[in-house]
Design a binder for this molecule. Structure first.
Ligand code: 2BA
Length: 109
């Protein structure tokens, strides 16, 4: 068994989870935060037999689209009453960052 761990944009997550479910795959949706943008994203965990991994990854690919997001550093106080604001730049986020992990043991109790 494997765990497919997919970090996706939150806007894509509900449709992705519904598509996985329609294809017979159970999943768990976690609310997460990206370390770079510090904005919310979503992590979808799907436990699947090894021969189902490609199907799960394909479903992720269909439903998670790359988008360009602004990346600005939070304003920083340099002196009382003065803020230093870095110019925003743009980064492409997603469609999805996918890790496939081995599962040593699975039980439903
Ligand atoms: P964030 O860390 O908020 O990163 C959002 C996007 O910012 C990234 O998109 C990437 O395009 C850019 N980025 C990230 N770190 C950067 C840096 N040090 N310098 C310049 N640009 C940078 P994605 O690569 O599509 O990643 C989307 C989200 O997936 C990430 O959100 C993070 O939550 C997660 N992620 C990506 N790679 C990961 C990894 N190796 N381990 C764990 N989580 C990862």
């Amino acid at each position: 068994m494997k765990i497919v761990l997919a970090i996706v944009q939150s806007i894509d997550a509900p449709v992705l989870v519904a598509a996985l479910s329609a294809a017979g795959h159970q999943s768990t949706l976690l609310s997460t935060t990206g370390g770079f943008l510090r904005s919310g994203n979503s992590t979808v965990l799907t436990g699947v037999a090894e021969d189902g991994v490609d199907e799960v990854v394909d479903i992720i690919g269909v439903h998670c689209k790359p988008r360009v997001e602004r990346s600005g550093t939070a304003p920083r106080a340099i002196q009382p009453g003065e803020l230093q604001i870095s110019p925003p730049s743009q980064v492409e986020v997603g469609g999805a960052v996918v890790f496939v992990l081995d599962v040593e043991r699975f039980e439903r109790i």
